[in-house]
Design a protein around this ligand. Structure first.
Ligand code: ADP
Ligand code: MG
Length: 462
């Protein structure tokens, strides 16, 4: 026993060793979190230690590239905490020894099932993202028609490459293709990120053969967000081979990306040329008409699933379509938010209400200041600003003052003491009182309620 211990101590680490690798590993675990640690850092070994640098061992080139591009700085700073003189890290690739590889055959079958099960989990198609509920307009019609065509005539456009900005419907279209084709084909639908995850896992577990088999069995291979492979050499290598074997066996390949193939920097040229070798179509940002059409569809979906109307006035719908930014995901988010708010407040919302509900989204760049609220309010009630801020308590001055405090609380993120200070150094309890008073009064006093609504609208517009 003693002999073995001695041997372990002197080899492979050289004389000056001061780092205790297992406590370094513990530090990694708390610094990087469990997920990153167990996927990456746990597998790093300490090969050699010098006074000012260390040589760390990793299993593959891909592993090394991944770790250096993401975690190297933080690893170094963690190491320095254990040994201050270290100022450099070198990585050495040390493939796993042969004996583990030999054990592959005996467990091959169980490993294949493992891959299969885990991949199947990601391969689920979402039945709600289909061709029927994909609304078309000028910006996405070509994408839609190409997707339909690709389904009707497999491998005619190979690959079909669909690109466009975030939230414009790429995943929806890819999923729709998958749904349509899964009736009669072996469809594989995976995001590039999942593909990588699966790839890494297979390397770690020595399951590359089953990985290759598995992906190459598909006769429809759909991969989402291919831009993820940028700068990841090992992954590109594997993707290239997967692509080629699928292509050679005439499997339909469908790819989405946030940019055109020739704009995929840090991607090998031979991959870019494969990606643009079939049909390349882009999805643009939706115009007003398409946004309206999507909102109308959302309303009818709402009606059929909840058996009730979402209660949106025509001008509210127009307002959302006009003011939402050019992203369908956000448009739908806005719609949901407005509808949810309407349901909560049990009333049909006005455009002014919408402006308030959506101010975070639309006005994120526009800051509403207390000064602005004070100016608008004093103008509105036809009093001077100094009167409004003065200590006088007569109602024609006190009421506008309270309204302005109320609006400052509702429309800005200022704290109560901050608001108090802006109102001639009043106490925060005065602000609370004002907010409560206005909240209470607007319940019964229609005139005041109307004024407050109008003021909100004025403050929120320019
Ligand atoms: P991307 O993948 O381009 O980022 P998604 O496909 O995830 O965008 O779309 C974002 C959201 O918008 C999804 O909920 C999707 O169903 C919806 N969506 C996008 N385009 C349309 C469309 N033309 N018709 C209906 N819903 C759409
Ligand atoms: Mg997507």
């Amino acid at each position: 026993m003693e002999k073995i211990n001695l041997k372990e101590k002197s080899n492979p680490i050289v004389e000056e060793k001061v780092l205790n690798w297992s406590s370094v590993q513990d530090a990694f675990q708390s610094a990087f979190g469990e997920e990153v640690y167990s996927s990456w850092l746990k597998h790093i070994s300490l090969i050699k230690e010098y006074n000012d640098h260390v040589i760390l061992g990793v299993k593959t080139r891909f592993f090394r590239d991944w770790i250096t591009s993401r975690y190297a700085d933080k690893i170094l700073s963690e190491l320095k905490k254990h040994k201050i003189s270290i100022n450099r890290i070198e990585f050495k690739i040390e493939p796993e020894n042969i004996s583990t590889k030999n054990s592959f055959n005996s467990t091959a079958i169980s490993k294949i099932t493992d891959i299969k099960n885990s991949v199947l989990n990601y391969n689920r198609l979402n039945p709600n993202l289909n061709f029927e509920n994909f609304v078309t307009g000028t910006s996405n019609n070509l994408g839609f028609l190409s997707a339909k065509k690709a389904c009707a005539q497999l491998s005619r456009y190979n690959p079909l490459f669909i690109y466009g900005g975030v939230g414009l419907g790429k995943t929806h279209l890819l999923n729709a293709i998958g749904l349509e084709l899964s009736k009669n084909n072996k469809v594989m639908f995976i995001s590039a990120e999942r593909f990588m995850y699966q790839f890494i896992k297979s390397i770690k577990k020595n399951e590359m053969d089953s990985f290759k088999d598995f992906f190459r069995k598909a006769n429809v291979f759909i991969i989402d967000d291919i831009q993820f492979i940028r700068g990841k050499e090992g992954l590109q290598e594997e993707f290239f081979h997967t692509f080629n074997s699928l292509f050679e066996q005439s499997s339909q390949i469908v790819i989405s990306s946030d940019r055109a193939p020739n704009k995929l920097d840090r991607v090998q040229d031979r991959i870019k040329s494969r990606l643009s070798g079939g049909l390349v179509v882009d999805i643009g940002t939706p115009d007003y008409d398409l946004k309206l059409k999507i909102l109308r569809q959302k309303i009818s979906e709402y009606q059929s699933s909840f058996k009730e109307n979402p209660d949106l006035e025509e001008d509210v719908i127009n307002y959302i379509a006009k003011n939402s930014n050019s992203n369908i995901r956000d448009l739908i988010g806005t719609f949901n938010r407005v509808v949810a708010f309407g349901k909560m407040s049990k009333k049909s919302l006005s455009v002014a209400d919408c402006k308030i509900i959506l101010k975070d989204i639309y006005n994120s760049a526009k800051v509403i200041t207390i000064d602005k609220i004070q100016n608008v309010t004093s103008n509105f009630f036809n009093i001077t600003l100094s009167d409004m801020l003065s200590p006088r308590r007569s109602r024609p001055l006190a009421r506008p003052r309270q309204v302005a405090m109320y609006l400052a609380k509702k429309l800005t993120s200022r704290s109560l003491p901050e608001i108090g200070r802006k109102f001639a150094n009043r106490d925060h309890t005065t602000v609370i009182h004002a907010v409560k008073t206005i909240e209470k009064l607007t319940e019964s006093n229609d005139e005041l309620k109307k004024n407050v609504e109008e003021l909100k609208s004025l403050v929120l517009s320019d």
